[in-house]
Ligand binder design. Structure first.
Ligand SMILES: *Cc1c(COP(=O)(O)O)cnc(C)c1O
Length: 397
């Protein structure tokens, strides 16, 4: 059994805060501070440029990728770190289009995170030979996969509602129709058990600053199924993905396997933060994480529904249809969230009406959930949100 009091002690959370936003930006693991200071002082500071060889910086994207692989059920050697998630979406989709050259459609759903859709829109415009992004309602994806679809681009857990797609079923249908399956695991990696290899995914991508706690701007990951390692060609063919970056050839030759999905110089300091953050997962069983996150989510749903009748549940109740977050809607959602944050309960708001709460068992327990419900109930009963200072929108919501 995972010892959740031990994992709780591995995080540095401010006094008096109940943090229900680890689905958006994970909190600071204590070990990150020490590791970053050491990498800055001993490696960057003392080794200088020698760090690329002496400290193994060059291999870090692969080494850390293998640690992520364990968390998402991927084969060793099939995940590499770098760039941001939006870039990794571009890479996966561009490769998929090239691998399925007679088809022109990428299929997604209108619950997908806008950046994924924007990236797809930009890429189909660049390809420009009748390429198109088709979006349908999340429930309609399965039936919309037909012989025109080159690839499906689906985020497993909906960032707004917490609704979860059936990865295995959609991937199987995609393959049956001759399409490739790209999975975005932004709200899955570190949130619930994922089996990219078992589920047959062709590509998977995700970020690490949410449930994996790598810090703001932490590097993303990309998975390419080993069966595609030779066929997947990177559209962003940078020197770090070249077979021999330090040969300085004038022509691009793709590197071996997953290495070719690297683009430019890896962010060594952020990778050090991520690597230290991943230590938290060493004694953690993903099945335990899942069981407890559902338990905390259920507790929150029951409490809010009993005491805040004006808030409407937007997340599916069925366990197999949801991720690790719970969302409620209210026309004054933004102001309610600001009032909550002012009282130390940090969640977030997604336009137009969604209040989002993430349940991350590594550092949250039943007491936190009960206290959050108490505070929310008082805010609703006393209309504490109904004040001008809670209604002015900040840049980041
Ligand atoms: C958080 C998130 C992103 C953010 O992309 P970045 O390039 O890291 O800013 C993209 N897609 C999904 C599905 C997300 O949840």
């Amino acid at each position: 059994m995972t010892d959740f009091s031990a994992t709780r002690a591995m995080f540095d959370l401010p006094e008096g805060v109940i943090y229900l936003d680890g689905n958006s930006l994970g909190p600071l693991p204590v070990a990150v501070k020490e590791r970053m200071s050491r990498v800055i002082a001993d490696e960057w500071g003392q080794m200088l440029i020698r760090g690329w060889n002496q400290a193994g910086w060059m291999e870090q994207p692969r080494r850390t990728g293998d640690r992520i692989a364990r968390l998402i059920g991927a084969e060793p050697g099939s995940v590499v770190m770098g760039d941001t998630l939006s870039i990794k979406v571009y890479q996966a989709l561009a490769s998929a289009f090239e691998m399925n050259p007679t088809r022109r459609v990428v299929l997604s759903d209108n619950g997908n995170f806008p950046s994924d859709l924007y990236i797809a829109q930009g890429l189909v415009r660049t390809l420009g030979e009748g390429h198109a992004l088709r979006t349908v309602n999340p429930e309609d994806v399965l039936d919309a996969i037909d012989e025109t679809v080159a690839a499906i681009l689906i985020t497993e857990v909906d960032y707004r509602t917490g609704r979860r797609h059936d990865m295995k079923a959609l991937t199987a249908r995609a393959h049956e129709k001759g399409a490739l399956a790209i999975w975005d695991l932004a709200h899955s990696a570190g949130a619930l058990p994922v089996e990219v290899a078992g589920g047959g995914a062709d590509f998977a991508v995700g970020c690490t600053y949410k449930y994996l706690n790598s810090g703001p701007g932490g590097p993303a990951f990309i998975y390419v199924a080993p069966r595609h390692h030779d066929a997947a060609r990177p559209a962003l063919s940078g020197w770090m993905g070249h077979a021999a970056p330090f040969a300085f050839d004038l022509d691009y030759r793709p590197g071996d396997g997953i290495e070719r999905m690297r683009v430019g110089t890896p962010p060594i300091l952020q990778l050090a933060a991520l690597d230290a953050a991943l230590d938290v997962w060493d004694g953690v069983d993903m099945g335990d994480i899942r069981a407890r996150s559902l338990e905390l989510g259920d507790l929150f749903i029951a409490g809010v529904e009993a005491r805040c009748p004006d808030l409407k549940l937007a997340t599916p109740r069925a366990h197999d249809q949801r991720g690790s977050q719970v969302s409620f809607t209210h026309p004054e959602g933004y102001a309610i969230m600001q009032a909550l944050i002012a009282e130390g309960v940090i969640g977030d708001f997604r336009a137009p009406v969604t209040l989002r709460f993430g349940f991350t068992p590594l550092y949250l327990g039943h007491d936190d959930v009960n206290r959050a419900v108490d505070i929310l109930a008082r805010i609703m009963e006393e209309r504490r949100w109904d004040r001008p200072e809670f209604k002015t929108r900040a840049k980041v919501t």
